[in-house]
Each structure stands twice: as structure tokens, then as C-alpha cells.
Design a protein around this ligand. Structure first.
Ligand code: SAH
Length: 422
């Protein structure tokens, strides 16, 4: 029976940590050490490509040979990540002589320090020891991770503006000096439709929000899981025309934040892909409200992918262009040079293009893109109601009409449409 370990948080910033070994275990251990700011010295004759890349990027020092005692000079901690028990034992004996704590991948009972299973949620780090059973530790860790993802805010671990990822103001205005404490805004990409395709950070901020301002295209299930006390503003229900509605949304974001709330502006796909995220950021910045942006998985890539279409493919397409079809090609308001796009060989992804699809395809063909070019339409990609249709540039507009394809849908033009067909 071993005594239980004494938990400790090592502050490794700028401190030397020696990792002995350059294989799979070292590959898994090194990132967390670098993340903690450690000055990592890697001792190994050979490295995995992932470790090699970090060495090449100048993130750590590599001594390309087997371990020698002087490698421990100045070290605060050693991680032994080699399989050879004799070599590992000799490293840990030298470490023990010098009173340097030593983690051993090969034999935890011989180690002087253990690494816990870890989950991180913003400022909170949870470390779990499983009483000598790493699997038990991971199971408990996973359970806690799931719990925290849902309950972090309601358990009173409130987000603090000083947290590094919490908020950065575009204007540099801190917004917290004097007067009542002001809140902040996060522009969060909700992903293309499948509720699991929101980012980990986006999800965490959503669970911490006091107010959520959501778009029409945001996955409903994400909103289903909000705490009952969260104020939910449905941005698609705001009356007035589109530009007035946008002003209203900006105003809601600013007003709620100024009154102290943490506001999550949840937007379909990525906030900056035809999402007016930039306007909202500027409005917040102008009002001195700290605002942060969390990118999202954009439908322009994810909807084709969900229908089996890669937007690039080796030997098929070395470019993809995402374009809005919202404004008709012949409209004076159009900012798109469709005739130039017609001259491209690669993939064209058209968002908001259903209404003008016939005019768009006609224009592309008139300026030289072959009517035989493969094309596809994906409606409600990544959701349970996804529909996809394969066609060609010449016929896709008519086919979409016949099939009664409705928004939201993306249109993909290019040889990639058939790239994965067996
Ligand atoms: N910011 C969003 C796009 C907003 S514009 C993003 O990055 O995905 C809205 C358009 O996106 C829709 O008209 C449609 O063309 C496309 N779109 C959004 N979600 C979609 C989905 N699940 N499937 C297909 N197209 C989608």
C-alpha cells in the first residue's frame, strides 16, 4: 500500500524541464510542459516528426544523443519517457541523487512524481490521481469534464474579465475602470448545424453566458441546454428591415454588456463568414465593451464535407473560393467579379445563392466555365435533415428547383464534387 501523493501545481514558467526520450510518450507530454511555459530540454537520439516540428519551430532544445548526467544541470523536473527499464532507472537514480523530481513512464512505482489526468476549463484546472490506476483517473477526469462543461457558470465559477482568453477589446479599452463593472461580449461561431460542431471554447462560453443573442441558423439543441435563468434573445424575430435589425442587435449587445452581463452572440457557422460579425465587433468596441471572437466551423466547408465533397483534393483542386450569391450578378450592388470566377479551375462554393442560382450559373458559363463542370447543392448540411443533390453547372439551377431545395443551402461547383466517388 503506497501513501497517496501530495498534490501540487508546478509553476514551470522559464524553468528547465528535462524530457528523456523522443517517442510517443514524449510527444504526448511535451505540449503541456510548453504550455506551462517550461524551458524544455529534450534528450533523445531520435524524435517523432511532431517533436521534430517543435524543435524546428524553436519551441524547445534538443540534444540528439542518449542521456548523460550533465543534462540534468539546472533542471527542476525530469520526465523519463523511454521504454528501456535499465536506462530509465539510471536517469531516475541520478535525478534522485540531485533531489530532482522524476516522472517515469515505464514504472510509476519507481517514480518520485506522478502526472495526474487533467482537464482545463478557462481558469480552472482539475487534476485527478487514480490511486495508482491511470484509467480510473481518466474516467473520473472525463466525468468531471462533462460536469464542468454544463455547470461551470451555475456552480459560481464566474468568468472574470482578467482571464487571458476572456476578453480583448478591439480598441484596447479596458472597460473596467471606475463606475459599475461592465460586462463583455463574445461573438461565437455555432458551427454549421450539428450541435456537436461548436468549438470547445464556444461551448464553454455559452454555458457561462447571462444573455444569449442567437441567429436563425444556430442549432436549436444548443439553446435547449441553456440554464433557465439565461436571457435568450432571438435575433431573427427582431422586426424592421435587415439594416435596422442589425442596429437593434448591436444595441442589445452593447446595452446588456454595459449593464454588466456576459453576452454571447451566437452565430451560424463562423462569425466572420457573411455573418456581420465585424459590424458587431466594431459596435461593441465603439461603446468600450470588451469583445472577443470565437471562430466557428463554417458551412462553406462543412456542408460540402457532410455530403462527401472535399473542397480541395490532391490533383483535382488547389483552391476554393467562397462567394456570396445574395446579390444578383448583374446588380450594380454586386462586389463579385463573376467573369473572373468563371476563369478559375478550382472549387467555387456559393452561399446564399439559391434565389439567383440560374443567373449565377448562366454568368459563369457565359464567361467560359464549362456547363459540364460538376456541381452539387447541399441543404441543411450536417443536420438530420440534410439533403444533397448532384448535377452539373448547366443544369443545377433547374435541378435544385425541381427538387425543391430550400435555404440554407450551399452550392459547390468544380471537379471536387466527384473526387470521392468510387
Ligand atoms: N456564417 C455562416 C454563413 C452565414 S450566410 C457560415 O460560416 O456558415 C448564410 C448562408 O450560409 C446560407 O444561406 C447558406 O448558404 C449557408 N449555410 C449555413 N448553414 C448551412 C447548412 N447547414 N447547410 C448548407 N448551407 C448552410
Amino acid at each position: 500500500m503506497t501513501t497517496s501523493p501530495y498534490p501540487l501545481g508546478l509553476r514551470l514558467d522559464g524553468r528547465r524541464v528535462v524530457v528523456v526520450g523522443g517517442g510517443a510518450v514524449a510527444t504526448r507530454r511535451v505540449p503541456a510542459l510548453l504550455d506551462a511555459g517550461a524551458d524544455v530540454l529534450l534528450v533523445a537520439p531520435e524524435l517523432t516528426p511532431a517533436l521534430r516540428a517543435r524543435v524546428d519551430a524553436g519551441r524547445l532544445h534538443w540534444v540528439p544523443r542518449r542521456f548523460a548526467p550533465e543534462d540534468l544541470d539546472g533542471a527542476w523536473l525530469v520526465q523519463v519517457a523511454i521504454d528501456d527499464p535499465v536506462a530509465a532507472a539510471s536517469v531516475s537514480a541520478i535525478a534522485a541523487e540531485r533531489r530532482i523530481f522524476c516522472v517515469r513512464a515505464d514504472d510509476r512505482t519507481a517514480a518520485t512524481a506522478w502526472t495526474p489526468a487533467v482537464t482545463r476549463h478557462g481558469p480552472v484546472t482539475v487534476a485527478v490521481f487514480g490511486g495508482g490506476d491511470p484509467r480510473r483517473a481518466m474516467t473520473v477526469r472525463d466525468a468531471i469534464r462533462n460536469l464542468l462543461a454544463v455547470h461551470l457558470a451555475s456552480d459560481g465559477v464566474a468568468p472574470t474579465p482578467s482571464r487571458p482568453d476572456a476578453a480583448t477589446s478591439a480598441t484596447g479599452a479596458a472597460g473596467t475602470t471606475g463606475g459599475p463593472q461592465i460586462g463583455r461580449v463574445a461573438l461565437v461561431g455555432a458551427g454549421p448545424g450539428d450541435p456537436e460542431l461548436i468549438t470547445v471554447r464556444g461551448w464553454r462560453l455559452l454555458t457561462e453566458a447571462d444573455v444569449v443573442v442567437a441567429d436563425r441558423l444556430v442549432p436549436g439543441l444548443l439553446l435547449d441546454e441553456l440554464r433557465p435563468d439565461v436571457e435568450l434573445v432571438d435575433a431573427s424575430k427582431i422586426p424592421y428591415g435587415p439594416s435596422r435589425a442589425q442596429e437593434e442587435i448591436n444595441q442589445i449587445l452593447v446595452d446588456r454588456a454595459l449593464s454588466g452581463a456576459f453576452v454571447v452572440r451566437l452565430k451560424g457557422g463562423d462569425p466572420y463568414v457573411f455573418g456581420r460579425g465585424g459590424e458587431e465587433l466594431l459596435a461593441c468596441a465603439k461603446a468600450g465593451v470588451p469583445v472577443t471572437v470565437v471562430p466557428g466551423v463554417t458551412s462553406s466547408i462543412a456542408a460540402p464535407a457532410a455530403a462527401g465533397i472535399p473542397v480541395t483534393h490532391r490533383g483535382v483542386a488547389h483552391e476554393f473560393t467562397v462567394v456570396s450569391g445574395h446579390v444578383a450578378p448583374d446588380s450594380p450592388a454586386s462586389l463579385v467579379r463573376w467573369e473572373a470566377l468563371a476563369g478559375l479551375r478550382g472549387t467555387l462554393v456559393i452561399l446564399m445563392g439559391l434565389k439567383n442560382l440560374a443567373a449565377i450559373t448562366d454568368t459563369l458559363i457565359a464567361h467560359g466555365r464549362s456547363p459540364e463542370t460538376l456541381a452539387a447543392v447541399v441543404q441543411e448540411g450536417t443536420t438530420g435533415t440534410q439533403r444533397a443533390l448532384r448535377s452539373t453547372l448547366g443544369t443545377v439551377a433547374a435541378d435544385a428547383l425541381t427538387a425543391d431545395i430550400r435555404p440554407p443551402a450551399v452550392v459547390v461547383v468544380g471537379d471536387v464534387v466527384g473526387a470521392l466517388d468510387g
